[in-house]
Design a protein around this ligand. Structure first.
Ligand code: AGP
Length: 609
């Protein structure tokens, strides 16, 4: 998701824009740029990499009070300086930043090239700069040129445009990508989300699709694409900045659970080639050849990240045919791991700052392993210290209990499995089937999230239990452990996750009347075995919540509650199976009057050993 910031006012624009970019880093990006306008000169600076690298390039002494800036997450064209925003017309008189995708950019590009425009990037956005310049050449002003250009676009945009021929204002417009106008005292801000400008103003105007804002010396006005003036209310954001990010949800955890369909879209956007059954992981480009020779995978993580790694172990062994072991960061660092140059160590970490996992990365590098990161926080230490990696693009995860990041971690591991598998013996057909099923996951997650009222009712009935077992086999074994972690870390109910086959080796001794057991039994290759677990538990009076695949015939004498999840590939089932467990833990917690976002004794990122 790209980030956009604009400013028109009395302060120096550059510091405002750079601070705004820093506030938007969480959205994930691979390059950044800024344009300021002084008199009839537009100065543009762009760089691949972090905002800090862009800052190092900017020349001192820029007195301009007008500017636009952007963090780019590549959709069309590689992360390069020439593809970074802002994009400009050939004469440099128009500059644009854009968030969204222009679907008809190719035909517009051809039309503009026929009219003499020269393109220097691979992006769809550059078309917008040339198109507005083209419209301006008919003698209309910047507002009208922007309007007449935008009506020719198909797709989505949140844009800010400025022109040295019209230095008294800038133009912003929204169609499908959020854009917000911050109202100051004789100064105005524009951003893709409030967090970029909250430090300057709490007076916000939310643009709606099809609206254009003209922001200049005299203030601002808002009109439709058809040039009809629109009265908009200035909304006062009076809650603390953190509250803003809850967007109306009661807790971050609920917001982040509900974001999971979008997170799956963002984690896979531009990374799946269904036709060729491949995963396109730009972050692994430089190590792709070395990965061909890899003979062993070690996955390292802590907590939920560790459980995601356990799911990855099943995926990679089954579909990439590579031996995998999964290690707790806190243990790996004390072992004498056998590592060769053909070992790849994958560090999974939402924060990218977990000390135990970071220590494992450093140990692995010391021993000559190739190190990769699956990290959510852009620019974090683990992301920087691993040789290469794949960002989750899950957005900031504020809730201490990991939900959307965990689901994203498993999804990225599925992409990685596709990447490695197709480097090896995975067939085109298998690759296509996996890629297609991954694309269907967001809608399937939605089918589970809409059951939240039913799951809330179940949570109400179990809120007073003192203990609980979570059982799963094969791909759902790690999910049993993750479900237990969710319940214990926010509701403080003692819960244990076990491989279901382990029950008869001791744990079943605890089953007595009313003992709650959550059994993960999707219709998969080990379904029949899981059914025998239900008999064992029932015979001893246990209470059963079963998570299974929709359409399965269930003997209601064996279970107290059933939660159905949609059918998908066995390797992707964990991504769906965890959702009901997240919701269950959440509802039990709030029924107990506890705060799921701030569980006692826990920190979001454990940066100490
Ligand atoms: C998960 O709900 C916990 N908050 C915790 O186990 C977390 O997964 C673990 O600390 C690892 O954090 P990381 O992903 O930021 O490295």
């Amino acid at each position: 998701m790209c980030g956009i910031v604009g400013y028109f006012g009395k302060k120096e624009a550059q510091p405002v824009l750079m601070e705004g970019l820093r506030r938007l880093e969480y959205r994930g990006y691979d390059s950044a740029g800024i344009a300021t306008m002084e008199g009839d000169v537009i100065r543009i600076t762009r760089s691949v990499g972090k905002v800090s690298e862009l800052a190092a390039l900017i020349k001192e002494g820029d007195q301009s009070n007008v500017g636009i800036a952007h963090t780019r997450w590549a959709t069309h064209g590689k992360p390069t300086e020439s593809n970074a925003h802002p994009h400009r017309s050939n004469d440099g008189k128009v500059a644009v930043v854009h968030n969204g995708i222009i679907e008809n950019y190719k035909e517009l590009k051809e039309m503009l090239q026929r009219s003499g425009a020269t393109f220097v990037s691979e992006t769809d956005t550059e078309v917008i700069a040339h198109l507005i310049r083209h419209e301006l050449s008919s003698g209309i002003n910047l507002v009208d040129a922007t309007r007449t250009a935008l009506v020719q676009l198909k797709g989505t945009y949140g844009i800010i445009v400025m022109s040295s021929e019209y230095p008294d204002y800038i133009v912003a417009a929204r169609m499908g990508s959020p854009l917000i106008l911050g109202v100051g005292d004789n100064e105005h801000y524009i951003a893709s989300d409030a967090s970029a400008i909250l430090r300057y103003t709490r007076q916000m105007v939310y643009l709606d699709d099809g609206e254009i804002a003209v922001v200049g010396r005299g203030g601002f006005d808002i009109r439709t694409l058809g040039n009809k003036m629109v009265e908009k209310e200035i909304e006062l954001i009076d809650a603390a900045e953190a509250e803003i990010q809850k967007m109306g949800y009661p807790h971050f955890m609920m917001k982040e659970m509900m974001e999971q369909p979008d997170v799956l879209l963002n984690s896979t956007r531009g990374r799946l080639d269904v036709e060729n059954g491949m995963a396109i992981l730009g972050g692994l480009r430089d190590v792709a050849d070395r990965l061909r020779d890899i003979e062993r995978v070690i996955i390292v993580g802590c907590g939920s990240a560790y459980y995601a790694g356990l799911v990855g172990e099943y995926m990679l062994e089954e579909y990439a045919g590579i031996p995998v072991e999964v290690e707790l960061g806190s243990e790996f660092r004390y072992r004498k791991p056998i590592i060769s140059k053909n070992t790849v160590v994958i560090a999974i970490s939402q924060s990218g700052e977990t000390a135990d996992t970071l220590a494992a990365v450093r140990e692995a590098k010391e021993k000559g392993a190739l190190t990769l990161g699956i990290v959510n926080a852009v620019g974090s230490t683990i992301a920087r210290e691993t040789d290469a990696g794949v960002y989750n693009h899950a957005g900031p995860e504020i809730g201490v209990a990991s939900t959307k990041a965990f689901v994203s971690q498993m999804t990225v591991l599925a992409l990685f499995t596709l990447f490695l598998g197709r480097q090896r013996s995975m067939s085109l057909v298998t690759g296509q089937r996996i890629a297609k099923e991954i694309l269907e996951l967001p809608d399937k997650v939605k089918e589970i999230l809409i059951q939240q009222d039913k799951i809330g009712d179940i949570g109400l009935r179990y809120k007073d239990v003192a203990h609980a077992y979570f059982l799963g086999r094969k791909y759902c074994n790690p999910i049993a452990m993750e479900g237990a972690l969710k319940l214990k870390e926010i509701s403080y109910i003692h819960a244990e996750g076990y491989a279901a086959g382990e029950m008869k080796h001791g744990p079943i001794a605890l089953i007595e009347d009313g003992f709650p057991v959550i059994v993960l039994a999707p219709k998969d290759s080990v379904y029949d075995k899981s059914m025998s677990n239900l008999e064992e538990i029932r015979a001893r009076g246990g209470r059963v919540i079963m998570v299974t695949t929709e359409g399965c015939e269930i003997d209601r004498n064996l279970v107290d509650d059933v939660i159905f999840i949609p059918k998908t590939l066995e390797m992707l089932t964990p991504i769906l199976a965890v959702i009901p467990l997240q919701l269950l833990a959440y509802f039990v917690t709030i029924e107990k009057g506890l705060d799921p976002d701030m569980p006692r004794n826990l920190a979001k990122s454990v940066t100490v050993e």
